[in-house]
Design a protein around this ligand. Structure first.
Ligand code: 5GP
Ligand code: ZN
Length: 112
């Protein structure tokens, strides 16, 4: 837990969010500024800055499994996208690892 970190405070419950699903190790909640009809953030409870710092394959596996469960629940049978921004050039603004689950519209490629 890093008290300066927005997403650690969300995990702790001190900042209210619309929770979609929770597991022992992860939390899924709706992005405050959605970029698609479904825009859910999947985060580990443990503070890890970004994909660059990941050292736990099980943690990543749990996040991807949670993405499958949420995508199914959101009715994204026509497809969806999972994105993680890493660092300044990757467009990361919150330095607690998160996967963006996006769906409910046709995605463009390449991403901006
Ligand atoms: P990044 O830019 O780091 O890839 O993604 C951070 C995401 O967190 C953004 O999509 C932003 O809208 C979302 N976000 C930032 N602050 C909050 C908040 O307080 N609550 C929720 N639900 N999402 C947030
Ligand atoms: Zn954190």
């Amino acid at each position: 837990m890093n008290s300066d970190c927005l997403f650690c405070r969300i995990v702790e419950g001190s900042i209210p969010v619309a929770i979609v699903e929770e597991t022992e190790g992860s939390v899924a909640f709706r992005d405050i500024n959605p970029q698609a009809p479904t825009h859910v953030l999947l985060i580990p409870r443990r503070h890890v800055e970004s994909l660059n710092e990941v050292d736990d394959a099980q943690m990543m596996g749990d996040l991807v499994r949670l993405a499958q469960v949420v995508a199914a629940r959101e009715g994204l049978g026509d497809g969806w996208r999972l994105v993680t921004n890493v660092g300044k050039d990757g467009g990361q603004t919150v330095y607690h690892l998160h996967l963006h689950l996006l769906g409910g519209r046709r995605m463009g490629w390449p991403p901006g």
